[in-house]
Design a protein. Sequence first.
Length: 271
Amino acid sequence: MDTTRKLEWLARAGYVARGLVYVLVAGLVLIGSVGGGSPDSESALQWVLGQPLGRIWLGVIAVALIGFVAWRVSQALANADNHPDNLKGYVVRAGMLVSAATYTGLAFYAASHALQMGEGSGGGGSQTWTAWLMQQPFGPYLVGCVGLAILGAGSALIIKGIGRRYHRYLSFDAKRHGWIDLFCVAGLVAKGIVFLIIGCFFLYAAYAVDPQEAGSMADALSFIRQLPFGAPLYLAMGLGLLCFGIYGFIEARYRKVTPPSLAEARRAMPV
């Protein structure tokens, strides 16, 4: 099996792993709509750890997430999706690089716990690195830029879902498989809303010069629960995140994965 084929299978395994994580998060949200709690990706992995053969499954998820990271890096640096060489294309590729960094952290979290190296639940991560960022020169402005980037990513997800722009990346007959659109649209919009809330948290953290105001997915879901009509909104968000998990499985099956050759990757690198 050549390198290109290996990267394709790593990418598809990564989409499955990401989908599984979000399905588990959604399950915890739906359970939490009755019993409380603030689930996120790490708490979903903690649930896996508590199951029979949990460390083995967590190790498999970690390996698959590493494959997803490799694909994200290929999308970002080697322009595997053939984005145009303009500002929009570079912004999209930068977002892929941020995604790679995020899932690198999640893969490390899964691997460390699978190897019995993890300590605690790993909570508070966003506040920790936001505090580090805040201590850098122009720290509040950097945190504000992160918030704006997250807002942009959330808006892009919603537009991608409502506008059916994911069609260009999936190989399926929309007329014969109309049910796919239901999961794709609902899932992308739900995750986009979560990103918008998290982005606002980061902007407020920058304004208040307080890293503790930065929020995670768990904080965004808690915020939704506290809104008027929060209980049905929280339940709807759980269903939306479930759809995003299923969207991950759809991508694993239908995503156009065309890893570039080494020569193509060199040409795609920004000068």
